[in-house]
Design a protein around this ligand. Structure first.
Ligand code: SAM
Length: 422
């Protein structure tokens, strides 16, 4: 159904929201204050969506998106808005998530907005037709692949790599089938992880191994791994050089698909912001540690116990520790959270969970006497839920800092500090 709509606000996913009697209508690429023409339909989960057909009255905040692929690509959602509006909105997303839970930190630390063109990891979707490979992104909420030759968000070195992959993936992939191609660059070294069917029968055969060797040597890729499905652990097909990352005192040999902060600069800002909060010495826990982004820096101040549920990450940390006072433990912190008496043994605990947050873990922390708890989160809603539990357990919400390393998307990262009230 076509309709003229007034856009009342920007929703947490970056869509314009029209508040109708039948509920909110989400209109992609529309801005608050605008009148737009849109085709309304039922989207996934019964949500009303409007496909924007015309902007009738444009917001003064509307700008021309800098990326030529913006209309066709689903990677970015907020290129059509002024920088000032974008920055304020990102901080407001965090503020309103906290408001909903009745939370007010004592201090809002200066937010940091990182530049575009620095993202060091990306997953492209590849499809082979008539022996030619198209490597692009899915259009938002569709299965339509947009072939992209430029991406302003990614590190240009990765885009160059993408160009080479278009040709060299052809003998590896199966015709007519899609595969995910993950590329990550770590201090000048690159890895590629292919997820999906390859070769004649869907799994690596001799021609696939030969084509992978050709690809790795030609494009100077340190490691190529493969897995059939997303839930599988990637198998290393070829490793020319180990992929290593330095985190403070740790030099870690990264396993395939290792979690890294999306930008090197963002990693430095997050680590710096966490370290500003920690005492100069003590015993620390790094919960949801990954391969040690925070543990490495924390080791410069004392003993660190790191916990994560991914075995290869914990093994890599354990190998890297040498004589450092680090204990790395594989533990599912959702099912088997650190208990309150364990938490009491630390001077400070840092937790950096996935988007789902750390509900069970935070319940145990809230009851502890740990003097300082630092939360790092990429999901303001689950963070606010967890922060409420800490505050109800007797923690004071000292400060929050917003870090935007997901330029032009609706995603945002934050660091928050809580101290135990005496
Ligand atoms: C946002 S990443 C942070 C990693 C690390 N702190 C960093 O900055 O590189 C979240 C981490 O949580 C881990 N994780 C996810 N679910 C978990 C669970 N149930 N128990 C323990 N760790 C989990 C993931 O393996 C991942 O390393």
């Amino acid at each position: 159904m076509a309709a003229d709509l007034l856009i009342h606000e920007l929703g947490a996913s970056g869509d314009g929201v029209h508040k109708s009697d039948s509920g909110p209508v989400y209109v992609e690429r529309a801005l608050p204050g605008e009148s737009v023409q849109a085709n309304i339909h039922n989207g996934a989960g019964g949500v009303l969506r409007g496909d924007l057909t015309r902007v009738i009255t444009a917001s003064p905040q509307r700008i021309t998106a800098p990326c030529p692929n913006y209309d066709a690509c689903g990677g970015c959602s907020l290129q059509h808005v002024s920088d000032n509006f974008y920055r304020n909105w990102k901080v407001d997303v965090v503020r309103s998530a906290l408001d909903k839970k009745g939370l007010k930190p004592d201090v809002w630390r200066e937010p940091v907005f990182l530049p575009a063109g620095t993202r060091r990891r990306a997953t492209f979707v590849a499809v082979k037709k008539n022996n030619a490979v198209m490597l692009g992104y899915f259009r938002r909420r569709t299965h339509h692949i947009t072939d992209i030759a430029t991406c302003l968000v990614l590190d240009p070195a990765l885009m160059k790599l993408r160009e080479g992959l278009v040709t060299l993936l052809a003998p590896i992939l199966q015709g007519g089938k899609t595969a995910d191609i993950f590329i990550q660059s770590v201090d000048g070294q690159c890895e590629v992880v292919i997820t999906g069917p390859v070769g004649k029968k869907g799994t690596p055969d001799l021609p696939v191994f030969e084509a992978i060797a050709q690809l790795a040597h030609t494009l100077k890729i340190s490691r190529v791994s493969w897995r059939a499905r997303e839930r599988d652990t990637p198998e290393v097909m070829l490793e020319l050089n180990p992929l290593r990352a330095t985190f403070g005192k740790l030099d870690v040999a990264l396993p395939p698909l290792a979690f890294l902060q999306p930008t090197k600069l963002g990693e430095a800002v997050l680590v710096g912001a966490v370290m500003e909060l920690l005492p100069n010495s003590g015993t620390f826990a790094d919960l949801f540690s990954g391969c040690g982004t925070f543990s490495g820096a924390m080791l410069e101040r004392g003993r660190v116990d790191a916990f994560d549920n991914i075995e290869p990450a914990i093994r890599a940390l354990d190998k890297a520790k040498g004589a450092q006072p680090l204990k790395a433990t594989q533990r599912d912190l959702f099912r088997n959270p650190l208990q309150t008496d364990e938490a009491n043994t630390y001077d400070a605990i840092v937790f950096d969970p996935p988007r789902a947050g750390a509900h069970e873990q935070v319940k145990a922390l809230a009851a502890s006497k740990t003097p300082l708890i630092v939360g790092v989160s990429c999901n303001p809603a689950t963070f606010a839920r967890d922060a409420r539990i800490l505050v109800d357990g007797g923690y004071k919400f000292e400060s929050i800092k917003v870090v935007d390393q997901f330029t032009w998307s609706h995603h945002i990262e934050l660091i928050a500090a809580f101290t135990k009230r005496s």
